[in-house]
Ligand binder design. Structure first.
Ligand code: 5AD
Ligand code: SF4
Length: 485
């Protein structure tokens, strides 16, 4: 048996085992529901990125399967915080909100509190919870979400054996895994669009980033498993998919029969019913000409590329271990824009990396102006314990960071407004996602390039792709009118 077959066999065994635990959990929940005379509710709160959002859909799928009813209220019978730790403020938010949960729990003795996700992969965070937040019932990490039913059974059994007064904390955190457990229930949040994991983990070790430590080594799902999942989604009426990975451009490199990301896209394009394909995130160092060509020639791959710059200074990029220079990034973006003129390029930028000078920030601003990003997320550098950057000298003083952050933000906003304005008066297709919250007479949806559009229309159009004229640019969104009614 080769390595891939071995992983597949162990993953399949795990999947079978988890279905058995789901049955057991279902029985236990049924008994609780009968004795309480009411449904048991759950609420999953997601912090962080699209990976976490997808993981939360997996948890929700399992919870619905075992008989819990979903609610948005955080005083539910089971509350799960799916945490993020990419920046320190994500951790702070979790600690802050845990206090509120403690109050809810005092009022509802049946309430269970579970913490999972990236922050739980950090031993220091788990220690702090064990010490200061002892009312938490379950802690698990990023690698074993699939075994939630098993952990819940363990928790409920321990409670039964010890009596409900004796509190127990079930903790199960894996350092890494090679398992890719397929075919478990997953929530379908929207009937018309869905995320699809194509790979997990990251091997890049950018020096500021904690992701490789909390999400493990890069592993790609097999193309046939990805295609089967997307076919099922298409059969269910999904029109748009978002392929998810920390660095989709290195998809398939570790497979026994390597497949490039561009090839995977071409295979997905052939699936009937799928009208739009998005993906996130692309590392500039791995963005191939093959991918640019695939995007340019495809009628389904959306003309939006999220291409994190992080810094425009070659010196800082080198310290960040990004493995491209300022000039290489500018050249890459120019090639993308030449091949796909209407593409939107968005990015992530970090301000205040150790040693960053005003001159380095000028370089970042220079790249923003040359590349003309359609949008950018700007972040203040956050020191993450255990990463190489945390040990670097010359941490930048807070006031300097703040000043530079504002400088960059101003340029980003000016440029992205100008970029959005270039579409004024054009017509394009929108996937209608829902009703506008502020103005209920308007529908809201996204163009292929990811710009938001609000336009008058009937709620029956939700989930459909319609043609809209972009009448008025409002900065980061458009007002429009339907032109094919
Ligand atoms: N500090 C600030 N921003 C960070 N990011 C990752 N790590 C850090 C950090 N330590 C940002 C990067 C990445 C995005 C998801 O989060 O810009 O692309
Ligand atoms: Fe973090 Fe870099 Fe991996 Fe992105 S590519 S997840 S920034 S280490």
């Amino acid at each position: 048996m080769n390595r891939e077959e071995d992983i597949k066999e162990r993953s399949d065994q795990e999947s079978t085992l988890q279905y058995a635990y789901m049955e057991q959990a279902k029985e236990m929940i049924k008994q609780q529901v009968a004795s309480l005379g009411r449904d048991l509710t759950f609420c999953v709160v997601t912090f962080g990125c699209q990976m976490n959002a997808r993981d939360s859909e997996k948890l929700t799928g399992i919870l619905e399967q075992i008989g819990y009813r979903k609610t948005d209220q955080e005083d539910a019978d089971l509350v799960i915080y799916n945490t993020c730790t990419v920046r320190d403020n994500a951790n702070t938010r979790v600690y802050g909100r845990l206090g509120k949960l403690k109050n809810y729990k005092q009022k509802n003795p049946h309430m269970l509190i579970a913490l999972c996700g990236c922050m739980m992969q950090e031993p220091s965070a788990v220690e702090r919870i064990k010490e200061k937040y002892r009312f938490v019932d379950m802690i698990f990490g990023t690698h074993n979400i699939f075994k939630f039913a098993e952990l819940l059974v363990t928790k409920l059994q321990t409670e039964q054996n010890n009596g409900s007064d004796a509190h127990s904390m079930v903790i199960d955190i894996w350092k890494d895994t090679d398992l890719i457990v397929e075919d478990l229930p997953i929530e379908r949040k929207y009937p018309f669009k869905s995320g699809v994991n194509i790979m997990f983990g990251c091997n890049n070790f950018c020096s500021y980033c904690i992701v490789p430590y909390v999400r493990g080594r890069e592993r790609s799902r097999k193309p046939e498993d990805i295609l089967a999942e997307i076919r099922r989604l298409a059969d269910d009426g999904v029109k748009e998919i978002m392929l998810l990975g920390q660095n989709v451009n290195s998809y398939g490199k570790n497979l026994e029969s390597p497949v490039t990301f561009a090839k995977l896209l071409q295979m997905i394009e052939e699936i009937e019913g799928i009208k739009r394909i998005r993906f996130m995130t692309s590392h500039p160092k791995d963005l191939s000409d093959e991918l640019i060509e695939a995007m340019a020639s495809s009628g389904k791959i959306c003309h939006h590329l999220h291409l994190p710059l992080q810094s425009g200074s070659t010196d800082i990029l080198s310290k960040m271990n990004r493995r491209y220079t300022k000039e290489q990034f500018i050249d890459l973006a120019a090639r993308v824009r030449k091949a796909i003129p209407d593409i939107a390029i968005t990015t992530d930028i970090i301000i205040g990396f150790p040693g960053e000078t005003d001159q380095d920030v000028d370089d970042t601003i220079d790249v923003i102006q040359k590349v003309r990003f359609d949008g950018a997320f700007t972040f203040i550098y956050s020191k993450r314990t255990g990463t190489p950057a945390a040990a670097m000298e010359d941490q930048v003083p807070e006031d300097v960071v703040k000043r530079n952050f504002d400088r960059v933000l101003n340029v980003v906003q000016d440029v992205s407004r100008e970029m959005a304005e270039r579409f004024e008066g054009m017509t394009d297709t929108v996937l209608v996602e829902g009703i506008n919250e502020q103005d209920q007479t308007l529908l809201t949806g996204r163009l292929g390039n990811n710009l938001l559009v609000h336009f008058p229309g009937d709620a029956k159009l939700i989930g459909q792709i319609v043609r809209v004229r972009l009448t008025e640019c409002k900065g980061f969104y458009y007002l429009g009118t339907r032109c094919d009614s």
